[in-house]
Write a protein that binds this ligand. Sequence first.
Ligand SMILES: CC(C)(COP(=O)(O)OP(=O)(O)OC[C@H]1O[C@@H](n2cnc3c(N)ncnc32)[C@H](O)[C@@H]1OP(=O)(O)O)[C@@H](O)C(=O)NCCC(=O)NCCS
Length: 170
Amino acid sequence: MAALTLRPLRAADEAEALRAHDELAADGFELLLGWEPGLSWADYLVAVERTEQGVGLAPGRVPASFRVGVVDDRIVGRASIRHRLTPYLLEVGGHIGYGVRPADRRQGHATAMLRLSLDLVRDLGVDRALVTCDDDNVGSIRTIERCGGELEDTRSDAGVLKRRYWVPTG
Ligand SMILES: CC(C)(COP(=O)(O)OP(=O)(O)OC[C@H]1O[C@@H](n2cnc3c(N)ncnc32)[C@H](O)[C@@H]1OP(=O)(O)O)[C@@H](O)C(=O)NCCC(=O)NCCS
């Protein structure tokens, strides 16, 4: 199996990315952040790029990079990398969010995507990234701890307990 790479979405990804989006929706996880049926793929890609550049952000939003994890030309998951923390992100959202397609789990892809996302956030000048997950999400807990995450505390997000980890980016 080839190594995982993280890259931006492309025009040619439409069909596969939408399939992956539907698969993860069954887990309550949003692969394509902000995607709405009826939007054209071209317009969606423009919106994703504008979010990364910080153009036309909604109030309280910060620039964020969207990347797909790709192995052997297959999209296996995605990472979203917030460039800085807002009060909400500092409380429970964190810098980096990720998800892996059900059929591609338990092969180290989340760990590889988090490692590469940490490189990206380091290049933005962040020394330690906040990464959070549900208190009962064993896969995500192990992913974060494998990347060197140190638990600061657990906080409630509308009644859901979230673990807050600081992960060195260097
Ligand atoms: C959580 C999630 C990202 C893990 O992805 P993954 O690619 O399977 O994770 P990895 O293969 O990199 O596994 C990392 C570690 O977690 C362990 N792990 C993964 N899923 C697990 C599970 N369901 N139960 C127990 N351990 C699990 C792996 O064994 C590995 O640990 P190890 O190296 O000590 O053996 C994936 O299950 C997912 O996308 N879930 C839905 C969305 C989600 O929860 N996203 C995270 C939001 S914070």
